[in-house]
Design a protein around this ligand. Structure first.
Ligand SMILES: [Zn+2]
Length: 146
């Protein structure tokens, strides 16, 4: 029997807070506000509270961009990451504000931004730091997923 937990997920399209039960997390939940897919096409913002339950509930691998609002390389990498999210439906893409969510960054020892990390079944599998250009990021993603 799976324990159902209620996850609060901010819609990446319209920022409405949605309540999704963890048992339904992999059934392509739709935003109550804008009716778009909550977990499709656009990186999901995660925080100290939502991070662990979401990466554990996700049947798909989760790729997380740890970034900071003041960081220029993060700004450069942002569209690269978003473009990959649009064309890689087999992966759940998420972003974590590294300054505001220090429980996660200290747990995974994130010392540089941007750092991208791949989680499978809630476990950290691969990570890379620095603003990778599109081709290099795609190559990293392919090898991390292989
Ligand atoms: Zn929405």
């Amino acid at each position: 029997m799976q324990l159902d937990e209620s996850l609060t997920i901010e819609c990446p399209h319209c920022h409405t807070a949605n309540c999704v039960s963890s048992g339904r997390f992999n059934e392509a939940p739709i935003c109550a506000g804008c009716r778009q897919g909550l977990l499709a096409g656009t990186p999901l913002a995660l925080n100290d509270e939502s991070f662990a339950p979401v990466i554990e509930a996700s049947a798909r691998p989760v790729v997380v961009d740890f970034c900071s609002s003041w960081c220029a390389p993060c700004k450069m990498f942002e569209p690269v990451f978003s473009a990959a999210a649009e064309r890689t439906p087999a992966v759940l893409f998420a972003r974590v504000d590294a300054d505001a969510n220090t429980r996660i960054t200290s747990r995974y020892v994130i010392r540089k931004v941007p750092t991208v990390a791949l989680f499978r079944h809630g476990q950290l599998a691969e990570r890379v730091s620095g603003a990778l250009p599109p081709k290099q990021f795609d190559a990293w993603l392919r090898s991390a997923l292989a």
